[in-house]
Design a protein around this ligand. Structure first.
Ligand code: KIV
Ligand code: ZN
Length: 499
């Protein structure tokens, strides 16, 4: 039996970019669009052409990039918005008209007849210009269902290719979604899309319920970006559709984690570690029973394999660590510890964990080295760090670092003194190795302006990722120390031939 298939419209570059604090440059939008195309998205909502000159440049770049995906621009039901989209060379418009009485009364100040006339005029105009039209009802889930059906039917009669139900303020439930979408599917003869928001944490569930009830297209955004609580997350919907509902999409699942990282980096919107599918903890295990189970048979605690979504498994060491995990990590590091050494290492890990700390890779390896008699030589040593900052100066840092008998001096600018120091130190490290900073996290351990801060960094040499910590009353020193510790660890492990 042929499986059902649904189309995916990604709105990371439109609704996702409406996330407060997110703004992408045209080249960055193009980079995301290419990645979305590569991922297998069917329709890319590249932005809203009416917004600005920069936005139009971005949409034009994306339209001209020769992507396989259909490229559309958001447009209000106004000819001027359609013209702006047309000028960007898009394949179509996501034509949006508010339909709920609340929106009509307080936003548009128009009655239903006026809104219908305006919406149909814009749709006809766009179709006449040769554009594909996805006709969207904003706040559809708080709209009189009879009016929604009437409007959609009239738009379909004009020739629009698709219609879309927007759960603009995320008030839908899976039960209501099933009812609404199955009623609409009986009356509307073009594909119906679901555009769900996550105000109540239900966007994914509602999207899936809509598909069960006949929706043939889903609107999603990478990392669940979007207005307020965000849109249905692309990674969640794509994975659940294929793995739990047996519905096909064109999404290449193993590209989900890489695109999440790309969007996180470009939007500077950190993905919470506990975020399903793409969060750093999505496949991390600390508790002893869990790690034991996963090591014995991964499906015990992993409903899907991390590789399926391009992610990786991580065993984390802390107070819940189990001895099996510690032993397996030691073997992974290429070591052959005795039973006694495993027991001692395990106890030290527990002790550190009991102090409320995550045991970073550098700390674990320091414990291992001490107990197994391996000495970590400081390969890299900070000799001097000078940072200048203030309301009249661009934050600047210079670092003098010793690397064996070589001395390297580098300087860096930054948005603040920490950034400047990290840039200077990254340059030094980059000069002698291929080690790069991948993640940075800071916590204040105590309160007040004299707080002790704990910085944890993720560093990679392309093959491995290590976590390293720096702790100090000075955030700059804590950050730089974490970088040095992690770099030393990677360099020294390489020398020893361990993992
Ligand atoms: O959530 C929403 O209603 C929207 C529309 C404007 C398409 O994003
Ligand atoms: Zn939206």
């Amino acid at each position: 039996m042929k499986k059902r298939a649904v189309k995916v419209l990604d709105t990371t570059l439109r609704d996702g970019e409406q996330t407060p604090g997110v703004a992408l440059a045209p080249e960055q939008k193009l980079e995301v669009a290419r990645a979305l195309d590569d991922l297998g998205v069917d329709i890319i909502e590249a932005g809203a052409a009416i917004t600005s000159e920069g936005e139009r440049r971005a949409i034009r770049l994306i339209s001209d990039a020769g992507l396989k995906a259909e490229v559309c621009s958001f447009a209000r039901a106004l000819r001027s918005d359609v013209d702006a989209a047309l000028g960007c060379g898009v394949d179509g418009v996501h034509l949006v008209v508010p339909t709920s009485d609340i929106h009509l009364k307080y936003k548009l100040k128009k009655n239903r007849e006026e809104v219908k006339r305006m919406a149909l005029d814009a749709a006809r105009y766009a179709l006449d210009q040769g554009l594909k039209v996805e006709f969207s009802a904003e706040d559809a889930t708080r709209t009189d269902p009879a009016f929604l059906r009437e409007l959609f039917s009239a738009a379909v009669e004009l020739g629009v290719q698709r219609v879309c139900v927007c759960d603009t303020v995320g008030v839908l439930t899976p039960e209501r979604a099933r009812e609404l979408f199955s009623d609409l599917a009986k009356a509307i003869k073009v594909p119906i899309a679901a555009h769900c928001h996550d105000d109540f944490g239900m966007a994914t569930a509602n999207t899936l319920a809509a598909v069960q009830a006949g929706a043939l297209e889903v609107h999603v955004a990478v990392n669940g970006l979007g207005e307020r609580g965000g849109n249905a997350a692309l990674e969640e919907v794509a994975l659940a559709l294929t793995q739990l509902y047996g519905v096909e999409t064109r999404i290449k699942l193993n590209k989900l984690y890489p695109i999440s990282k790309l969007v996180e980096r470009l939007t500077r919107m950190p993905v919470p570690p506990t975020k399903s599918v793409v969060g750093e903890n999505a496949f991390a295990h600390e508790a002893g029973i869990h790690t034991h189970g996963v090591l014995a048979y991964p499906p015990t605690y992993e409903p899907i394999s991390p590789e399926l979504v391009g992610h990786h498994r991580k065993l984390v060491f802390g107070k819940h660590a189990g001895s099996h995990a510690v032993e397996s990590e030691l073997h992974r590091m290429g070591l052959q510890p005795t039973r006694e050494q495993v027991r001692e290492i395990f106890e030290q890990v527990k002790k550190l964990g009991d102090r409320g700390k995550l045991v970073t890779d550098t700390e674990l390896r320091a414990i291992v080295d001490a107990i197994m008699g391996r000495t970590l030589k400081e390969v890299l040593k900070l000799e001097e760090l000078t940072v200048v900052s203030g309301n009249k100066a661009t934050p600047t840092a210079s670092a003098r670092v010793k690397f064996g008998d070589k001395e390297v001096v580098e300087s860096g600018l930054g948005v603040g003194p920490v950034d400047a120091a990290m840039n200077a130190i990254s340059k030094v490290i980059g000069e002698m190795s291929n080690i790069r900073l991948q993640g940075y996290h800071v916590d204040a351990i105590s309160g007040g302006t004299d707080a002790v801060v704990d910085v944890v960094v993720n560093l990679t040499d392309g093959k491995r990722i290590v976590t390293a910590r720096g702790t100090s009353g000075d955030i700059i020193m804590a950050s730089v120390q974490a970088m040095i510790n992690g770099t030393n660890r990677l360099l020294w492990d390489r020398k020893l031939g361990g993992a």
